[in-house]
Write a protein that binds this ligand. Structure first.
Ligand code: SF4
Ligand code: SF4
Length: 380
């Protein structure tokens, strides 16, 4: 049975389902990509998100969409495709790569192209003043894309600039219940009629598909992931990416495929209860993420590190926090560069903290709690 799903206008492009199938974890082989895309269709998902840099993803999607059209009568027209390019290289390189994406996806035109990883000022400059200008003009002149957007793991200010630069009509952002620091940016983008995709609310949002007992108990009668999805959908976020690698990954999302309505009072109470439990666990040491302590002379991303502390001690998602902490300094401009071990204990941040936290002490504790050998990273 195919679920009849609600669609929302994604920027200046087409209407997309409330969930988007991210294909980064489906690249093992054709069978896997086929079963996940077919299941996405059954779940009412019409939006596929990929990138030339996701291994064989574009080639597999191209083959799967042909196969579905021929054997299941699911036409290619039913799908909205977003692919991505990195903000680097000259015009000829970009043109060649984009033509390659079209060839791999077996398409003449792509609905949405995201400039992937506007993480530094120089990336936005590449779009506005560098080779990106020529490339985007070429795409539009030749009617090769419906719209151009961006994804970013960068700072608040940089994302704000990108939203306001009037080049992009959609954006892919890190928007999470456990990290609400970019929600106001999403609201700014929505106000400007841009499409907004939440990147990986299940995994990067705190590995909520594997919740701790603390989170499970606090969010009852809801699953923490279902609540996190509902939180984002009720904020008007156009679509949430679902990086499925197995059929079970659809179970929670497909139940919410038409659930963009306001939060119910029962959901609000469950969300409040999660916060209450986290506050009790953290006692008076919760970092409120206000960013008043910045800048740190040693360039330590204090709020990000203390957010991982909140997540591990307050919500019990310690494995997730460890993974993120140990990526610091190992993922280039895709994540933070300095961990808590760079703190010189100068105490400059302490009087700036409205919560009167002993920041150097908390950073030290967090480092001891989370530091370990790095694990393999997929992307972002
Ligand atoms: S105490 Fe540590 S975190 Fe605070 S300002 Fe000094 S170096 Fe930065
Ligand atoms: S000032 Fe205090 S509460 Fe605010 S982000 Fe920094 S450490 Fe957290």
């Amino acid at each position: 049975m195919i679920i009849d799903s609600q669609k929302r206008l994604f920027g200046k492009g087409c209407n997309v389902s409330l969930f988007t199938l991210g294909t980064m974890r489906a690249t093992e082989n054709l069978n896997k990509m086929y079963s996940l895309i077919k299941r996405a269709h059954q779940a009412g998902i019409n939006h596929l998100e990929t990138a030339a840099s996701y291994g064989k993803a574009e080639i597999l999607i191209g083959e799967v969409l042909n196969k579905l059209e021929n054997s299941e009568k699911i036409t290619k027209k039913e799908w909205i495709i977003t692919t991505k390019v990195l903000p680097k290289g000259d015009f000829n390189y970009l043109k060649k790569n984009f033509k390659n994406s079209l060839k791999n996806l077996k398409l003449k035109k792509i609905h949405n192209l995201a400039i992937h990883g506007i993480n530094l000022d120089e990336h936005l400059d590449w779009v506005l003043n560098g080779e990106g200008v020529k490339f985007l003009q070429w795409l539009i002149k030749n009617d090769l894309v419906d719209q151009v957007g961006f994804s970013s793991h960068g700072s608040y200010k940089l994302i704000e600039k990108a939203i306001n630069c009037e080049v992009f009509s959609f954006c892919n952002l890190h928007l999470h219940f456990l990290d609400q620091s970019k929600i106001s940016l999403a609201q700014l983008a929505l106000k400007k009629k841009m499409g907004v995709l939440a990147i990986s609310p299940a995994d990067k949002g705190g590995r909520l598909y594997a919740p701790s007992d603390t989170l499970l108990k606090a969010s009852a009668p809801y699953h923490p992931l279902a609540l996190a999805y509902r939180f984002l959908l009720s904020k008007g976020i156009t679509t949430l990416s679902l990086g499925a690698s197995k059929i079970e990954d659809f179970y929670i999302a497909e139940k919410l495929i038409n659930s963009s309505q306001k939060l119910t009072s029962s959901e609000i109470n469950a969300l409040k209860n999660i916060e209450k439990v986290a506050n009790e666990e953290l006692k008076s040491s919760k970092c409120e993420q206000c960013r008043s302590c910045l800048p740190c002379p040693s360039e330590i991303p204090i709020p990000e590190i203390l957010r991982l502390r909140n997540i591990s001690l307050g919500y019990g998602q310690i494995e997730f926090a460890k993974e993120r902490y140990n990526l610091i300094g190992r993922a280039g401009h895709w994540w933070e560069e300095k961990n808590a071990s760079f703190c010189l204990e100068c105490n400059e941040c302490v009087p700036k903290c409205p919560s009167e936290l002993n920041i150097p002490e908390l950073l030290k504790q967090t480092h001891n709690l989370l530091v370990e050998k790095p694990k393999k990273r997929l992307w972002g």
